[in-house]
Design a protein around this ligand. Sequence first.
Ligand code: NAD
Length: 356
Amino acid sequence: MNKRILVLPGDGIGPEVMTVATAVLQAIAVRFGHNFIVTQGLIGAAALAVTGEPLPKQTIAQCQQIEAVLLGAVGDPHYEHNAVSLRPEQGLLGLRQHLGVYANIRPVQVWPQLQAASSLKTAVIEGVNFIFFRELLAGLYFGKPRGRSSDGETAVDTMRYSKAEVRRIVRLAFQAAQQRSKKLCSVDKANVLECSRLWREVVIEQAKQWPDVAVTHMYVDNAAMQIIRQPKQFDVIVTENMFGDILSDEAAQVAGSLGLLASASLGDRIALYEPVHGSAPDIAGHNRANPIGAIVSVALMLEYSFGLKAETAAIHTALSQTLTAGWRTADLATALTPPDHVLDTSVFGQKLIQYI
Ligand code: NAD
C-alpha cells in the first residue's frame, strides 16, 4: 500500500515523540511491505518562529496532497502573552477547523503491566477500557463573541452549539456504542447550561434510532468524580469540546500517565492523529517524554484511515511486549522499577521497534 502522511512535530516534546512515532511507522512499512511517504510541516510555535503564523499557508497547502496528518503537540510559554491569533495553540485549532475534524476519539485503556503507575488502586482500574467521543469544532473554543472589553476589565467566551453540530458527533458515538457493549454515557451540564439542554435533547432524539443502546446522562461534575470512583462503569462517553478536553486528561491518569493516551480526529475528509498531551515544556529537550501516546496515534491512523488491522495489532503487540519486558519511561516508573529499566524516549522507541 502507498500512503502519503503529513507529520507536524510542533513544539516542546512534540518533535521528540514524533521522531519515535515515524520510526515505528517505517518499521511497520518494512515488516508489511508498505510505502509510507512522510513529509514534514510546521505548526504552532515552530511555525511562528519561521513564518510569523501558527498555521502557515504552506502547511495548509501540504494538507492537499496527503491522506492523513500525524501531529506531535503545540504550545510554548514564550508566546503566552501573544494576541490570540498569534498563539501556537491557534495553529492547532485552525488546522482542526480546516480539516473539518469534528469528532475527537480518545480511547482509555489500562495496560495490565502498568497498573502500578496509576494513581488509583488496582481493584478500581483493572480492565478499564472506555472511549471518549469529544466534539471538537464548536463550543467554548470557537464560539463568538470572544475577547476583552476595551478597558481590559471584562472578558467573554461564548459556548455555542447547533443541533447539527451535536447530532453528527452523537451519531458516531452511538455507532461505536452499538459495536462495543451497547452503553452510552452522555456528559453535559444540563442543570445550568442552555447548550447542554440542547445537547441532551439531541441525544434523546437520536437514542430512538439505537433502541438497543442503553443511554445515561451525567452532569460533568459528577462524571469527573465517577471516573475516579468507578471508571469501569464507562464504555462510550460522548461530550462537548471543553468537558471532553478536561475529562480525558483526568482519565489518562487512571491509565497511569498523560503520555499514554492517543487520539483520532475524524471528519468527512482527511483525519488527524495526535497524542492527547501538550508540549510539556517542563520536560521538553530532555528526551524523557513518554512516546506511547504518539505510537498509539500511529496505530489509530493505520486502523481508521487505512484499514490496516494486522499492522495496528502489530503495534499493540509490540507495545505490550515492551511493557511486559519491564521497560518504562520516567513517568511510568514506580519505586519497584529497576533504574536500568527506565529509558529515554528514543531508547524506549528502539526497544519497541525491535519487537515489531
Ligand atoms: P501538558 O500536557 O503539556 O503537560 C502536563 C503535564 O504532563 C506536565 O507535567 C508534563 O510534563 C506531563 N506530560 C505531558 N505529556 C507527557 C509525556 N508524553 N510524557 C511524560 N509526561 C508528560 O499540558 P500543560 O503543561 O498544561 O501545557 C503545556 C503546553 O501545551 C501549553 O502551551 C498548552 O497550551 C499546550 N497544550 C497543547 C495540546 C496539544 O497540542 N494537543 C494539548 C494540551 C496542552
